[in-house]
Write a protein that binds this ligand. Structure first.
Ligand code: FES
Length: 147
């Protein structure tokens, strides 16, 4: 086998892989997060467990939740003033999971920098559509999301 040809082929292969990774720029596979909590849905409602509710209402500022049989992830944010917000975590640009940026005070996508208000409204692109918002309340110390 010609050692020089193999090296060149390997080099070209690495170049193509690097270009593909660069073009992706942090697409959904890289920006996808595993949910913090998987919750059974009951009549269109997700009721977080005691431990997750306690953590979220305590010192934890956000939780990524999904219904046991669902594929949509919901980001629930608890602010210091006690307010709760719940939105679909899928960025409307290319689907990466957005996160709560406490320093900014709103949601930010790690892939291409889109920003959203806590109600899902667009603040900064490239995403142009808002995130879906969900109703979220508390009931006897448990966080309840209505789908
Ligand atoms: S996936 Fe591109 S900004 Fe969110």
């Amino acid at each position: 086998m010609d050692r020089r040809k193999t090296s060149r082929r390997d080099f070209l292969g690495l170049g193509v892989a690097a270009m593909a990774a660069s073009a992706c720029g942090g697409c959904s596979l890289l920006g996808s997060r595993k949910p913090d909590a998987v919750v059974p849905e009951e009549a269109g409602v997700l009721r977080l467990g005691e431990a997750d509710s306690s953590a979220l209402l305590g010192s934890q500022t956000s939780l990524l939740v999904t219904a046991k049989d669902g594929n949509e992830k919901i980001l629930v944010v608890h602010r210091d003033d006690g307010s709760l917000f719940a939105v679909s975590s899928a960025c409307t640009h290319r689907g990466c999971d957005v996160g709560y940026d406490k320093k900014l005070g709103h949601l930010r996508c790690p892939c291409h920098g889109s920003q959203y208000g806590l109600g899902g409204d667009n603040i900064k692109g490239p995403a142009k559509k808002p995130l879906k918002r969900y109703s979220v309340t508390t009931d006897n110390g448990r966080v309840v999301i209505t789908l």
